[in-house]
Design a protein around this ligand. Sequence first.
Ligand SMILES: *[C@@H]1O[C@H](CO)[C@@H](O)[C@H](O)[C@H]1NC(C)=O
Ligand SMILES: *[C@@H]1O[C@H](CO)[C@@H](O)[C@H](O)[C@H]1NC(C)=O
Ligand SMILES: *[C@@H]1O[C@H](CO)[C@@H](O)[C@H](O)[C@H]1NC(C)=O
Ligand SMILES: *[C@@H]1O[C@H](CO)[C@@H](O)[C@H](O)[C@H]1NC(C)=O
Length: 539
Amino acid sequence: MELRMPRRRAASAWALLALVVLSECLVAPALALAPPSGAGPAGNTATSPQAAGPGAASVTGRRVFASQLERDNARNRTYQPSFGLFPKGCRWRTVTHDNSSSVTYQYWDFQAETWGDERPAACVPTSYPAPGPPGWRWNNDTPRTEVTCQTSHCVYTNMYYNNGRWYALVDGELYIPSWRFSRNQEVVPFHVLDAKEFIDSVKYQVVPGDTILFDFIFFIHPTAIGHWWEMLGPLYSILKTINFKRPCDQFVLLHLGRQHLLEWVRAMIAVTLGVGLDDELPPVLVQEETDNAWNQITQQLSGFARDTWYVFERVLIVKDLATGGGRVFHTFDDAREFRGLIYRQYGLPPPAPRPQVPRVITFQRKRANRRIVNEPEFVELLKQYGELKIVEYGSNSSLYEQLLQMRETGVYISVHTSNLANAPLLQPGSAVFEIIQRNWMWNGLDRSFKDQTHMMVDIHHYAWRAKYINQTVYLNERDFHKVGHWPAGQCGTEECVEAHTNVDVIVDLAEFKALLDDRLPHVWAGEGVQQASIPWPDW
Ligand SMILES: *[C@@H]1O[C@H](CO)[C@@H](O)[C@H](O)[C@H]1NC(C)=O
Ligand SMILES: *[C@@H]1O[C@H](CO)[C@@H](O)[C@H](O)[C@H]1NC(C)=O
Ligand SMILES: *[C@@H]1O[C@H](CO)[C@@H](O)[C@H](O)[C@H]1NC(C)=O
Ligand SMILES: *[C@@H]1O[C@H](CO)[C@@H](O)[C@H](O)[C@H]1NC(C)=O
């Protein structure tokens, strides 16, 4: 047995929380879910008032299935829209309940073509009672766990799950300690003298095939979609080079609820896994949901019995930032190919150099925290440089609508926030101007988006940084008293980092104007990114 232990590292959650909650910015002003085209469950939304997005006709019906917001007064609940790509046979919609933060789900009944409360079997990967499906055999004839690790990932054969924990079945006398496989999850070695005898004496089920086990390590900010780049980029590159099924047979997503699998996220996962344009996602296994992120991470896998051992035949785990992995694609080519494939999902041509960078400035505003306090003046300033489009995306904005906007954008301006996750989707020659709140620098937090745009090679990325306390409004007065006077260099504790997600920013207009005046001529002139780059602003 080859067991190489990743060293434990004492990084904590806050250290990795670069981005902030998408749900804060709520509703998009112009929700343009393309209407269903053709047959399928789309039928019952025929009367939907939602307008067709431009070009909707070119998108396949499968991708744009949309249900609308529905209110059920009798039950004090609201059914949220449901659209985009789903795991095969498992389409859900989120149900919110009045005066409660918890959500439940309804599932599409593909036979009856209606929504219902019952979760289809397809929402849980198929598992087979011992001794596994017909003709199935243990790899190397042993139920023992084996693992091989590279710098970026590990592949396990026979990985066990029982009652909330992941196990490596280790036989023999040698003591092996537990190790972490991701930021929030560990593998517990289960020592037995004989693996076969052990497995014959427990109740077990076999989950055959290739499984990706994925810990969304930033679980405290489950809707911070920017983190998906950091985690899917490396996975995309790895899957291209190793012998692992594409798409995998099942995807185990730890620590998030279905509600966090926004359409944007599902499309990204599909491209990462190599899901064909006419295919659906493989089964996505999640944990039973609770309404508290800290409880969520200890929940039982949904649909799995507590008294049963589940053996996953082959499992791929990508190392995350806390276990020695990286946060970008392995190559520039992979990053650009990925960007093109996202567009392809929606029937759009891949990003390509344009004869002229359009003087279209897209400003992404926020309505909750990290608002620009002097926004009216800021907006007036931006208008001087081109045609200004103001957008505000939320959990039910379609990726399609966001792609259309990124396609036409020349300059993308936003505070440091989740939806800068769209920045790497810009076309070649475009520029990002990011507004970074004060004291936001610890461990490269401030470069999390720049690291992604950098991989595309052809997107300029500049930033203006708030440096003074008089450019910062603490939304929670206690934060002001606790950490407001800390210098940036010391703002590396959970308290300080989290406090600085919850601020509004006063932009120094003269400085921002100077930055635009300095850089935009290079952008409009179509200069290369390297050539037009300037140092990242210090703190
Ligand atoms: C979008 O989703 C939010 C919840 O995330 C909900 O409150 C809102 O009503 C939805 N808006 C539309 C237009 O569906
Ligand atoms: C809905 O809410 C009202 C009060 O807001 C309450 O009287 C009623 O019982 C609720 N109905 C259900 C089905 O929970
Ligand atoms: C729920 O909230 C609404 C609006 O916030 C309020 O009018 C209503 O009375 C509340 N219902 C209950 C049962 O608390
Ligand atoms: C903000 O604080 C900085 C540094 O203390 C100071 O130089 C600047 O004048 C202040 N700006 C305003 C508008 O008060």
